[in-house]
Design a protein around this ligand. Structure first.
Ligand SMILES: [Zn+2]
Length: 247
């Protein structure tokens, strides 16, 4: 919600979202500037919450002051998670060592502040798991977001007791593996999200700017894949999300 594509029309985005049945939101920070904006939005809108993090893509740019500020922002309230954080060895936009270092620091903050964590992990699951094992408090909860891994990786995440969150990818023509992953994840461990402004689900993929109102299409596809009705799915996903983030 803090990206330019949506930030200028948050009122309208939320109105359309409510009409589509989605009435609480978490906007996710990806760098120092987005974290500031996320908290401002959370303060302005009643049912909107913030997650604060620095995306692995930005690991090379981060400065210790950014993390100090992040902790300050947590103290201001309505921050419900740390994230995005993790490792992206697919794009490698930041050096891998910088990604590891930042990920560890954010996990420490999550442990200290007792917040759950939204993980971005691409082509790096083994190491993501090792760092979690080593650096996170045992009580910390994790959701692997915008999931597009393999079936084996999906099983490994579920076996650890973590959650998996799906986006419009599972509706894409080339999303066969992601759809198999949906079938693998128990409903009790699943979440859905937009990853907006990216990843508009089919049949709205042509809509370049994704937004929460389109989440319904991802939900319908998951209901179909799991063989449950949409209401049952929505109820369970709502329970999972509220419990996980404490909202
Ligand atoms: Zn991500």
């Amino acid at each position: 919600m803090t990206f330019n594509e949506l930030a200028e029309s948050v009122d309208d985005v939320l109105t359309r979202s409510k009409a589509a049945g989605c009435t609480k939101w978490i906007t996710v920070g990806t760098d120092a500037e987005h974290n500031e904006q996320a908290v401002k939005l959370a303060q302005k809108y009643e049912n909107l919450y913030a997650a604060l993090g620095i995306h692995p893509h930005h690991a090379s740019e981060y400065q210790p002051g950014h993390l100090q500020r992040l902790v300050e922002l947590i103290g201001g309230g309505k921050v419900v998670a740390i994230g995005e954080t993790g490792l992206d060895f697919h794009y490698n936009f930041s050096k891998q060592d910088a990604q590891r270092d930042l990920f560890k620091r954010l996990l420490e903050i999550a442990s200290l502040c007792r917040l759950p964590v939204i993980i971005h992990s691409r082509n790096a699951l083994d190491e993501t798991m090792q760092i979690i094992e080593k650096c996170a408090d045992k009580m910390t909860k994790f959701v692997f977001h915008c999931w597009s891994g393999t079936i084996d990786e999906t099983r490994a995440i579920i076996n650890k007791g973590f959650y998996i969150s799906f986006t419009g990818i599972i509706t894409f023509k080339n999303g066969d593996i992601a759809r198999e992953c949906v079938k693998t994840v128990p409903l009790e461990r699943m979440m859905i999200e937009t990853d907006c402004p990216y990843m508009s689900p089919e049949p709205m993929r042509k809509q370049k700017i994704n937004e929460p109102a389109l989440l319904i299409h991802t939900a319908k596809k998951i209901a179909e894949l799991k063989g449950v009705d949409l209401e049952t799915l929505a109820e369970q996903l709502e329970i999972n999300t509220k419990e996980f983030f404490g909202i």
